[in-house]
Design a binder for this molecule. Sequence first.
Ligand code: UD1
Ligand code: CA
Length: 495
Amino acid sequence: MSQARTVVVLAAGEGKRMKSALPKVLHPLLGRTLLGHVLAAAAPAAADRTVVVVGFGADQATAHLAEIAPQATAVLQAEQRGTGHAVRVALAAVPEPTGTVVVLNGDVPLLRSRTVTALVEAHEAGGAAATVLTAQVPDPTGLGRVVRAPGGGVERIVEHRDATAEELAIREINAGIYAFDAALLRAALGKLSTDNDQGEEYLTDVFGLLGAAGHPIAAHLATDVTETLGCNDRSEFAALRALLRDRVNREWMLSGVTILDPATTWIDVTVRLERDAVVDQNTQLRGATVVGAEAVVGPDCTLIDTTIGAGATVLRSHTEEAVIGEGATVGPFSYLRPGTRMEERAKVGAFVETKNATLGAGAKVPHLSYAGDATIGPKANVGAGTIFANYDGVNKHHTEVGEAAFVGSNSVLVAPVRIGAGAFTAAGSAVAQDVPPGALAITRAPQHNSAGWTPRKRPGTTYADAAARAGARGETSHRESAGGAGGPAGDTAGA
Ligand code: UD1
Ligand code: CA
């Protein structure tokens, strides 16, 4: 880097057309707020200092900034008196900047960092006093127009509402991204008037002032117009979200990820996928999610801050802050909540909810279960309908299921409790005491069969008829079960 650089992001406006309590720049778009996107685009321009001008919802904006860019300084523009005023307030709040000042509107989320870098480098290399990012657009309504100088440079920028009929015909617009010589910018900001349709200090007037004083002004034409699109209401948000989705999906496909239905696949810009991962339709990958090589996700999944190992599969499920190990399988229709950790080849099947639960390698929770605050050992099998009763109404308690333990179907494990390695619990048991390794726990009431009950109590019904026919065929009992011992019958063997 040849010169000192200061980045100023303008984010004080309310964004009236959003009709929202939340400042516009804090609305999210595929993994970052608008402000987050703009800061990410500016980051590689390697600023020595980054200033964000906040105003509407300043407390929220400042708190968000502290989270996403703690090295940046928030500066309050108490009244929004225009973009020029905003930059003036920003520069007054920091030590006198030298070198280049890069100014970015806070509502241009599709801007690419390489475009910002190219703009700044062209500005510095060409020795311009000011350089503006421009684009040729089919419909420039509402935007500032770039009035070219006869020699090809820029004469000035005129706002839509202040433009003449002739100027309104110009299709080259101001994208709201600029590089300035710091000293010349500061001097020009001191001369801004409010003599315009909105009675505001326009940053764009700096161009006319510097041009009139004979300083060279440059324009940097964006090759991809979508990068310059602003975002003013929720309908424009939706349009930009779809554009960003397409861009993100295309980049992943070109880097070796299969996306079966890009139109219904929404991948946050913060997500990472490895080679030969497959994403099936109607799937959202959000936040810090990482999808390993050859993993298959979808259809119909929402994964938030989830790490998926190589070769794992997740089908029609919702996961949050979960770690899914290599070759593990999840779904369909399961819900992995924060703190779920599945080691390699572990299985969570259908209609299972987990929270703060570790499944060891090859452990299985195949059907209709809740596992909360649990450590499930490697190769353990948790039968259908098992509930880890972790909450006593006041506190949460932990349950440990040992290696290769076998929890019979419809068991309730009342925490805190430990099921030893290789131990069994009989189907339908409520287990509130530790089970030693290798033992069988059974808490069912003994079964009593009342012979001939149906013909006595339900004579003349289809039930009684069926029982009579079975009797005629000589059927008596399917199985001896008096005494209720048996085993953990009804297990599902982790199918
Ligand atoms: C601005 C440009 C216009 C350009 C357009 C590109 C001016 C005068 N006009 O118009 O030429 O085509 O961007 O999108 O600059 N802001 C503040 N403080 C203020 C006013 C605005 O921080 O007092 C912030 C807003 O939050 C926003 C950005 O500056 O992030 C741009 O303001 P906005 O009102 O959206 O300007 P436009 O009318 O879109
Ligand atoms: Ca705008």
